[in-house]
Design a protein around this ligand. Structure first.
Ligand code: ATR
Length: 295
């Protein structure tokens, strides 16, 4: 349906706060879900400058939005302007989805939830009792590491160029999630290579290997994959990074970040509408998501 036919006096607003936003696929994804389900929402981008973030959040409350997504660079900064962030989002230090209910904003992290679902679907694996190595220690690594710890991984090794950032994340896990044991290693530490080869699951959270720099990998030849490991790359462009290509050659099961991108949007949508989408619905939506990416 054309937008001039779709928007009425009853239409509700959702959107995304970030900067820049020109390349965001979220408006296409969410508007196509609304069209498909017949939900009267319109999703628009809100490009916000850092100094206006608080006012933007207040303004969105004043105009009674359904909720909004948050992307780079505000996933952390937004949290202080949200009334209630979930316990998990607080540990992850990031919120990417906000819902407005009766005068209050509630903050969630659907990136991690989306990662978890996509990982399980893409690899058939789970985290319970597993040894996991995470490459990188930025915002994505923290959310993924916390999620994996909450889901029962026994050991989580954070491997990063800057050791202090990996240690910050392992401290958060060790101080808050009793069941998991986290450790941190510098990328050039020989112990990192041993832990890497002995892990059940390896996850790249850095942007190394992302288009257009597709011929690089976050690890060098001193890191050796072991046959049977499950290897996940949060990157979705290209679909097979050099990292995943090498893992596959070594006999590992691999999965890319496409599903994480899809499911973070699905979960946000479910939070806003309160509707749990059935498997059949999700299967109906997926082809539109793929065609949005292609275009
Ligand atoms: P995000 O919040 O999306 O996770 P980020 O905070 O920029 O992104 O984190 C990117 C991660 O990739 C960081 O851990 C970074 O390492 P440093 O902590 O040492 O900065 C890692 N990274 C980025 N470029 C890298 C490179 N060329 N070599 C090694 N690590 C790199």
């Amino acid at each position: 349906m054309k937008i001039d036919d779709r928007v009425s006096g009853k239409t509700r607003l959702v959107g995304i706060i970030g900067n820049p936003l020109e390349h965001s696929i979220s408006p296409y994804l969410h508007n196509s879900i609304s069209s498909l389900l017949g939900v009267d929402f319109i999703y628009v981008p809100f490009r916000v400058e850092k100094e206006s973030l608080e006012n933007a959040v207040k303004g969105l409350k004043a105009i009674n939005v359904v909720g909004f997504n948050v992307t780079i660079p505000y996933k952390k900064d937004i949290m202080k302007f949200i009334d209630d962030n979930t316990k998990e989002a607080l540990l992850m230090g990031a919120v990417n989805t906000v819902k407005y209910i009766e005068g209050r904003f509630y903050g969630y992290n659907t990136d991690a939830e989306g990662f978890s679902r996509a990982f399980k679907e893409g690899t058939g694996g789970s985290f319970k009792g597993k040894k996991v190595a995470i490459i990188g220690a930025g915002g994505a690594a923290r959310a993924i590491a916390v999620k994996i710890a909450v889901e029962g991984a026994s050991n989580i090794a954070l491997i990063n160029r800057t050791l202090s950032k990996a240690s910050d994340i392992s401290d958060i896990i060790n101080n808050n999630i009793r069941e998991a044991a986290a450790s941190s290693y510098a990328l050039d530490d020989a112990k990192a290579k041993k832990v890497f080869s002995e892990s059940d699951i390896i996850i790249n959270t850095t942007s190394i290997g992302m288009y257009p720099e597709i011929n690089v990998s976050p690890i060098d030849a001193s890191f050796v994959f072991s046959k049977g490991q499950i290897v996940y790359d949060a990157i979705y462009n290209p679909l097979e990074t050099k990292f995943l290509e090498e893992a596959k050659k070594a006999g590992c099961k691999t999965s890319n970040g496409l599903g994480m991108l899809f499911y973070q949007g699905i979960y946000a949508y479910e939070i806003w509408t309160g509707i749990k989408l059935s498997e059949d619905r999700i299967k109906d939506i997926y082809p539109s998501f793929l065609s949005i990416l292609k275009n």
